[in-house]
Write a protein of this length. Structure first.
Length: 378
């Protein structure tokens, strides 16, 4: 019996040697699984940020030099044919269905700094290169059938690969990326760029027409400019430097927006919610925990524009310390079900309704209160 693989034809002995590596195909969604429950528990990862201000630039440079020195003392390796062969699994039909190839390659934690030989494995569909020493992934440009790609915990400063026609999920978490230029894949749906050094989100939006989940936590973004993806459904921007919500109104399909900050670390010091728009008709969950939002009077009208908002987090922001905070919020946002993860009680709803009636009798309501936000008890 002959099994056709990327490297040629191998007899039964070679096939038996690698048979132990075969297993059922399972997409590696572990880094996204926790986000599926984001509405109920958005605090699935506690991130400790020490970098707070521009004054830390010198410290960052020192850390980079220290990391570089440590890396230079660690052994690094070039990917060999034997190593590549041992990493293969998941035998699948290819082409016209008459031949088979191993389509999954796992090269995690191999201290690799050169993967030139990988260009020969053209049938690989699932590739994991995490926890290596790679500063370039140019050779994977030959892997035209790639569906998922993980290159977490490496030394990438840019993503130097051309558009991949079938790539659907990609993760470049915890690298040294400073730019998102060059990321343009027509079928990409999920992109993880957490824990990098990205300052501007200058994506080519037309090059990512199917993007629905984007993770940019722990970067250095100062604005949401460039993130106006019309088909984006989940956007995670916690622990950046964001102060303005430019272009966010273009995310008309967005369901989850995560903007959590940290007052002590001075991350995401958002004060104004200008940028939220009635065009954001799908937004159901908004996390503003630890930001600098400080006024219900000025910011609640902007939240009223979101017609189906169900969950809102303002905990640890100045506005959460206002008197009757929860009552004011529920009185104005009629569709809201949870505030700071807590469901509104019947007592709170009744108190909000009574307060609304009092203000209505006193003429203290604005013209849009009834139409856009008044609580009506069943």
């Amino acid at each position: 019996a002959v099994v056709s693989t990327q490297s040629g034809h191998y007899g039964r002995a070679y096939y038996n040697e690698y048979k132990s590596y075969l297993r059922m195909s399972e997409e590696d969604d572990s880094q996204y699984e926790d986000d599926k429950g984001e509405v109920d528990d958005e605090e699935h990862v506690e991130i400790n940020i020490n970098e707070g201000t521009e004054d830390n630039d010198n410290e960052d440079r020192e850390n980079e030099r220290s990391e570089s020195e440590e890396d230079s003392n660690e052994p690094t390796y070039q990917l060999t044919e034997q190593m590549a062969g041992e990493s293969l699994s998941l035998l699948c039909k290819i082409g016209n269905g008459l031949s088979h190839a191993y389509v999954k390659m796992d090269l995690v934690n191999k201290a690799l700094n050169d993967i030139s030989i990988i260009c020969a494995f053209i049938h690989v569909r699932y590739l994991d290169l995490s926890d290596n020493k790679l500063s370039s992934i140019t050779p994977i440009a030959s892997l035209k059938h790639l569906l998922t790609l993980k290159v977490d915990n490496n030394n990438l400063k840019s993503i130097d690969i051309p558009p991949m026609p079938y790539l659907q999920k990609a993760s470049f978490q915890n690298n040294k990326l400073v730019t998102v230029k060059g990321i343009a894949h027509p079928m990409l749906e999920v992109l993880n760029l957490n824990s990098n050094k990205i300052v501007e989100a200058n994506f080519d939006i037309s090059g990512l027409p199917k993007l629905s989940v984007l993770e940019l936590r722990e970067n250095r973004l100062k604005s949401t400019k460039g993130l106006g993806f019309p088909k984006l459904q989940r956007l995670y921007l916690a622990e950046n430097k964001i102060t303005s919500l430019t272009d966010i109104d273009q995310c008309v399909s967005l369901k989850i927006l995560h903007l959590r900050g940290d007052n002590e670390a001075q991350t995401n010091p958002i004060e104004s919610l200008d940028g939220l728009s009635k065009s954001m008709v799908a937004l159901q969950y908004l996390n503003l925990r630890g930001t600098n939002v400080s006024s219900l009077k000025t910011e609640l009208p902007k939240l009223k524009q979101l017609p189906i908002l169900r969950g809102l987090v303002l905990k640890d922001s100045p506005v959460a310390r206002e008197d009757e905070y929860r009552i004011e919020v529920i009185m104005n946002l009629r569709n809201l079900e949870r505030l700071d993860k807590d469901v509104f009680t019947d007592e709170e709803k009744e108190e909000a309704q009574n307060l609304f009636r009092e203000r209505e009798e006193e003429g203290g309501l604005d013209d849009n209160s009834v139409a856009e936000g008044a609580v009506v008890l069943e």
